[in-house]
Design a protein around this ligand. Structure first.
Ligand SMILES: [Zn+2]
Length: 474
């Protein structure tokens, strides 16, 4: 039997606010334990939450960028459960009236090409604290610094059809959220967390199979791997006439481990949060947020191709982040020719960025000057690469670096003639062979002249002058 895989993803994104969702405590990552806390986020009796407008704004921006319908009125709800890192005994979230519903994201699926993935909802909620199990032997500790940090939860429809496609969705979603400046999406700091659910069904069957969930994956590769394991395991079970059971797994150790047989949402006893009024957004405010969105990845890719005549793949690489795309366009604005700017940015610039933690260290203007030196034969391509490498660690201008390293190309006819004469005089045998018709020896002579000039001769000029001289000798 052929099985179809059905995957849905829930992504929790930490919104890039300075303070927490319902109090003024810092939302910064990494402070000493239990220092960013107050009665509200510790859940002390009588403390009252107040919604963070910036968190609402960032969630709205994310929703608009993902083409959700943003609702002018949404409600906060209490999600009740007991856990040591949840001091109130409930998490403030949104339930039946979320901030936004019905979004979508265009992704490049490795299996199906361009596909649009539907998104059921985007809602606001607060994070829980963090249990620490390896600090005190035999005991667990709790750090409440994360308690109350604002999150947007983005729930996809079960539209994904394979683990690699799920990964492609996550890559596209992360890119979009970074474009929108709503989150740094750092997975190391837990600012982007993924819960995945998967079921399989006979190909063509409209009914969904029983789904299983997996949590605690710390990279997109880990998500893909866990989903592959889950899929293979379900197919093996079903083909052996077994049945799949509603289960939640943890992939924290790389192996799937059962966390619990899944609770249904009624186990959480959701009810409206009595301490917070409905979240009411003016239509004009939502419209203004929509108008303030930056150019998004798909639009940028299309425009770069259209405006600069570059290939689709190149446009994709150059628009991977807003910083790189802006850099590329700044090089062109500074006078760089688009195709040459494409080659430089995709080559030397991105290589350097990889080595310097993403920093684009050579100012676009300096790169444009360097490119111009190549275009006007002042520098060879090879020499320009060496100058670029120097520019990453100095504030010198390209001309000065080229001069300091003795890389400036010589195109002076007198100087080049002298080098050529010296080569021809010392190679009478090869000259004779050339005169007897071995014309391909011209490349040999060019090589020798370049050597003679220590790489400084402009090879184009060398070829011209050399051809004339050899022609005259025939
Ligand atoms: Zn607080």
């Amino acid at each position: 039997m052929t099985w179809e895989t059905v995957i849905g993803l829930e992504v929790h994104v930490q919104l890039a606010t300075r303070s927490k969702m319902f109090c003024g405590c810092s939302a910064a990552f990494g402070g000493p334990s239990n220092t960013n806390v107050c009665p509200v986020c510790l859940g002390l009796p009588g403390a009252l939450p107040v919604a963070n407008l910036e968190a609402v704004r960032l969630a709205t921006r994310a929703a608009l960028g993902l083409e959700f319908t943003v609702h002018p009125k949404s409600f906060f709800a209490r999600k009740n459960y007991f856990y040591p890192d949840l001091p109130k005994g409930y998490q403030i979230s949104q339930f039946d009236r979320p901030l936004a519903t019905n979004g979508r994201l265009l992704i490049k699926s490795p299996d199906r090409g361009d596909v649009t993935i539907g998104m059921a909802r985007l809602h606001l909620e607060e994070d829980a604290g963090k249990s620490v199990h390896d600090l005190i032997p035999g005991r667990s500790a709790v750090d409440f610094n994360r308690s109350g940090v604002p999150l947007a939860e983005i729930v996809s429809d079960p539209d994904l059809r394979s683990p690699p496609e799920a990964r492609a969705y996550l890559v596209a979603l992360k890119q979009l959220l970074q474009y929108l400046d709503v989150s740094d999406c750092s997975m190391e700091e837990g600012h982007l967390r993924v819960d995945a659910n998967l079921s399989v069904r006979p190909q063509g069957d409209p009914a969904l199979g029983i789904k299983q969930e997996v949590k605690n994956m710390n990279s997109f590769a880990a998500v893909e791997r866990a989903l592959e394991q889950l899929r293979d395991c379900q197919i093996r079970l079903l083909e052996g006439n077994g049945s799949v059971e509603l289960t939640t797994f943890s992939a924290a150790t790389g192996e799937l481990r059962v966390m619990r047989t899944k609770e249904e949402s009624h186990d959480y006893r959701y009810f409206p949060e009595p301490d917070l009024p409905p979240l009411t957004l003016a239509d004009a405010w939502i419209d203004a947020e929509g108008k303030a969105l930056p150019e998004l990845p798909a639009a940028k890719r299309a425009r770069l191709q259209e405006e600069y005549g570059i290939r689709p793949y190149d446009a994709e690489v150059l628009s991977a982040t807003r910083d790189v795309a802006d850099y590329f366009e700044a090089v062109i604005a500074a006078g760089g020719e688009p195709q040459s700017a494409t080659n430089w940015v995709m080559g030397a610039v991105l290589r350097d960025a990889k080595e310097s933690n993403g920093a684009l260290r050579v100012h676009p203007h300096r790169l444009a000057v360097l490119m111009d030196m190549v275009a006007t034969s002042v520098l060879s391509n090879q020499a320009a690469k060496r100058v670029f490498a120097e520019l990453t660690s100095t504030t010198e201008q390209p001309e000065d670096v080229a001069e300091r390293l003795g890389l400036l190309q010589v195109s002076d006819a007198g100087q080049i003639s002298a080098w050529i004469d010296s080569v021809l005089e010392s190679r009478p045998a090869e000259v004779a062979r050339f005169r007897n018709g071995e014309t391909k020896l011209i490349e040999f002579f060019i090589g020798k002249v370049m050597q003679e000039s220590e790489g400084k001769a402009d090879p184009k000029r060398v070829k011209e002058i050399l051809s004339d001289k050899l022609e005259a000798m025939k």
